[in-house]
Design a binder for this molecule. Structure first.
Ligand code: PLP
Length: 403
């Protein structure tokens, strides 16, 4: 009897993750000895951002106090109360439930898994953060994309959004501040989305993992759940980005809305929350101070990011054939390519010929006939400037090639 080859499920065919897939190519090229400048992964710890001492102290203390068992499935009490208070300070009312998860990623997975049957569709922005597509594809449901409008500061195109809703649509995702565009949405857009959700009876997902990362003190982040107390909303957030601990894998989901609208769905989610036992326990002891005491590292982080965002904006817009809408938060720039080259070839050649690693726009979704690439501007000013020098050379070469 011979061993038999193990075949992966059909559903794996639709799972792509451009942000990490592109690294495979970069690592290949790096083997040839070429220096690589990585502008592709949103992990602040790879660059000059360090975890605040208090976050580490609180976690280490919990470990030393032998808080290394399973946590309650929804999270330890002091973390859940801190998340609740922080949310209330941002204007959340009608909080039905809170569950601490292994990164916001797990909360997103649970919320989608408890919601979607295989004939359903869920509205995602284009461009979007690709995890949502991957999970919806895993569930055999349809990720359906509505456009963000590049000519209107990348705000959601509400007409397009409405035109994509049908009887099988279950919900709408809003990522605000946005990955990959860096936009902080206007109140008008957010209210527009709420109105549509109400008219068509849809659930709203508000991914607000970058809410603390707005560069300008004048800019205010408006939480979806603070706008309408009845609307059924699941808000995702976590410590990964704002507290420089993406490796801790600590995030959460907050369920808000009129009880009779969300209670049954929440019970569905809670079944998965309980089935997977709990999120990491010692790290949950860092949540209370992280959310409820002053966090000076955030201003320092924002000062760096603001400068790096400005360098990115000025350097890119000075290049003929590239353009960038000004970003107000997070650490991403979604750059338009107005040259006769597709976005994948652009990024591939940039890696192979110049050693600069960025991600093709098609990995995030984009309007037909438009092309983009995403840059993460977490690296130091020096690395960014060197990368932009190389991109500039590449653009010159493309022009010489008649592109
Ligand atoms: N949501 C968005 C929009 C993100 O950009 C990311 C990470 O890049 C996540 C969620 C995942 O966050 P976490 O590390 O908490 O799983």
């Amino acid at each position: 009897m011979a061993w038999k080859k193990i075949i992966p499920a059909e559903r794996t065919k639709n799972i792509k993750y451009a942000i990490r897939d592109i690294v495979v190519l970069a690592k290949e090229v790096e083997k040839s000895g070429k220096e690589m400048l990585y502008l592709n992964i949103g992990d602040p710890n790879i660059y000059d951002f360090v975890t605040p001492e208090q976050v580490i102290d609180d976690t280490v203390k919990a470990m030393r106090d032998n808080q290394n068992g399973y946590a309650p499935s929804n999270g330890i009490e002091e973390a859940v109360s801190a998340i609740k208070l922080d949310a209330e300070n941002k204007g959340f009312k009608n909080i039905e439930d809170i569950f601490v998860t292994t990164g916001a990623s797990e909360a997103i997975d649970i919320a989608l898994t408890a919601l979607l049957n295989s004939n359903d569709n869920f509205l995602l922005p284009a461009p979007t953060y690709p995890l949502y597509d991957a999970i919806i594809n895993k569930l055999g449901a349809e990720p359906r994309h509505y456009f963000l409008d590049e000519d209107n500061n990348w705000e959601p195109d509400l007409d397009d959004l409405e035109s994509k809703i049908d009887s099988a649509t279950k919900g709408i995702l809003i990522i605000n501040p946005n990955n990959p565009t860096g936009t902080n949405y206007s109140e008008k857009s957010l209210k527009g989305v709420i109105e549509l959700a109400k008219r068509y009876g849809l659930l709203i997902f508000a991914d607000e993992i970058y809410d603390k990362l707005l560069f300008d003190e004048k800019d205010k982040h408006i939480s979806m759940a603070s706008i309408d107390t009845e609307a059924p909303i699941i808000t995702f957030n976590g410590l990964s980005k704002s507290h420089v601990v993406p490796g801790f894998r600590i995030g959460w989901g907050i369920v808000t809305g009129k009880k009779e609208l969300v209670a049954e769905y929440n019970e569905g989610m809670q079944k998965f929350v309980r089935a997977r036992l709990s999120a990491n326990k010692p790290e949950q002891f860092a949540i209370k101070n992280a959310l409820l005491t002053p966090q000076p590292h955030i201003r320092e982080m924002l000062n760096k990011l603001k400068k790096r965002g400005e360098i990115t904006y000025n350097r890119i817009n000075a290049m003929d054939g590239l353009s960038l809408v000004k970003t107000s938060g997070a650490f991403y720039a979604f750059i338009k390519i107005d040259l006769d080259i597709d976005d994948f070839t652009f990024c591939k050649r940039l890696i192979e010929e110049y050693g600069v690693v960025t991600v093709p726009g098609s990995g995030f979704g984009q309007k037909p006939d438009t092309k983009h690439f995403r840059v993460v501007f977490l690296p130091s000013e020096d690395i960014l400037n060197r990368a932009y020098d190389k991109i500039e050379e590449f653009i010159k070469k493309l022009k010489e090639e008649g592109k």
